[in-house]
Design a protein around this ligand. Structure first.
Ligand code: SF4
Length: 340
């Protein structure tokens, strides 16, 4: 079955590969490892459509890993704003600096894994796609295709080991990068989460879930625990056409990002700190946002013609607020205040 699956899938990929800016055409020389790595980091937890403009902006501004390595971390964080999961941007800079220092990306999965902030998935994807190395590349799309192909009934996340081992059994030695991308494409365009299009699927003959009926049932997911709801307050302090922004601590949620001052809310608890200024605050409304480990209701309190708060921060001109690199939560808060 393994040889048939990989050959059939590669033949399908040769005709149906998605045309993506970080890719080489099927069968062509492998693409630049920098572009493969950058796209894979951006694509974690994010859609292709959301990533495309960021990828274009990053590669125009920092066309190679040396350029990204030389960039101030603040600039990279600001350019990343809106893509979410900001620890990825910090790790991106660390990794770029390590790669530039060693004179380029290593070519094997094991050596790639040694780079700072580069996880198991990204190491496998870069080794396969950029260096043609045989590596087992399992993202959420591949997980779904494999669980269905082999009718793996165990719920996720516990089923990951069995899925990985099944994926290993069909990964070919030749064209490993194309095979990985073919699996990703099949999951994204044919074997979709809710509505698998089995009639169009090149692997239909080999698919155990299709034979058993109702493939959309797989993969089974263990019920998620509801996320805790946290309450917090953010403070919009305005004076002379500018708003007071602070820099969040380097670690923790939205670490190192520019932000509005807040009352110390976190994934672990509600905020309780005093406002940064005495005086009367007016509530502009509430912003809701969902993080990985918690949901947040953030009340946005406003003081205009305010004095400068104590402590570090900067007055940021309101007419250039889009350039502050505010993460999505605070960008929402800014829109709320400006609309009020
Ligand atoms: S036959 Fe259907 S369920 Fe099986 S891999 Fe193809 S699209 Fe997915």
């Amino acid at each position: 079955m393994a040889a048939t699956v990989s050959e059939t899938l590669l033949a399908w990929y040769d005709r149906h590969a998605r045309d993506l800016p970080w890719r080489a055409r099927p069968g062509a020389a492998p693409p630049d490892p920098y572009r493969v790595w950058l796209s894979e980091v951006m694509l974690q937890q994010t859609t292709v459509a959301a990533v495309k403009p960021y990828f274009a902006a990053f590669t125009a501004r920092w066309p190679d890993v040396e350029a990204l390595a030389a960039a101030p971390e603040d600039d990279v964080m600001a350019a990343w704003a809106g893509l979410g999961y900001y620890s990825r941007a910090r790790n991106l800079v660390k990794c770029a600096r390590a790669v530039a220092e060693r004179g380029g990306f290593p070519a094997t999965e094991a050596d790639l894994r040694e780079l700072p902030g580069l996880g198991a998935y990204t190491a496998a994807a870069v080794a396969a796609i950029a260096f043609g190395q045989r590596a087992v590349v399992v993202d959420a799309n591949v997980e779904r295709v494999v669980a269905r192909l082999f009718a793996i009934e165990d719920p996720l996340p516990g089923a990951r080991k069995a899925i990985r081992s099944a994926a290993d059994s069909i990964t070919p030695d030749r064209r490993a990068g194309d095979f990985a991308q073919a699996m990703m494409d099949l999951g994204a365009t044919v074997c979709t989460a809710r509505d698998p299009r089995c009639l169009l699927c090149p692997l239909a003959q080999a698919c155990a879930a299709r034979a058993a009926g109702d493939p959309a049932r797989l993969p089974v997911k263990a019920p998620r625990k509801p996320k805790p709801l946290r309450q917090g307050r953010a403070f919009w302090i305005e004076r002379d056409g500018a708003v007071w922004l602070v820099r969040r601590a380097g670690t923790g949620m939205l670490g190192g990002m520019r932000a509005l001052p807040d009352d110390g809310w976190s994934a672990q608890g509600d905020g309780s700190a005093d406002p940064p200024l005495a005086g009367a605050w007016e509530c502009a409304g509430v912003v809701r946002h969902v993080f990985t480990h918690a949901a947040l209701e953030l009340s946005v309190l406003v003081q205009r013609d305010a004095p400068q708060p104590a402590g570090p921060g900067e007055w940021w001109p309101l007419d250039r607020i889009e350039e502050a690199g505010l993460p999505t939560l605070f960008a929402k808060a800014a829109r709320l205040v400006r609309a009020s």
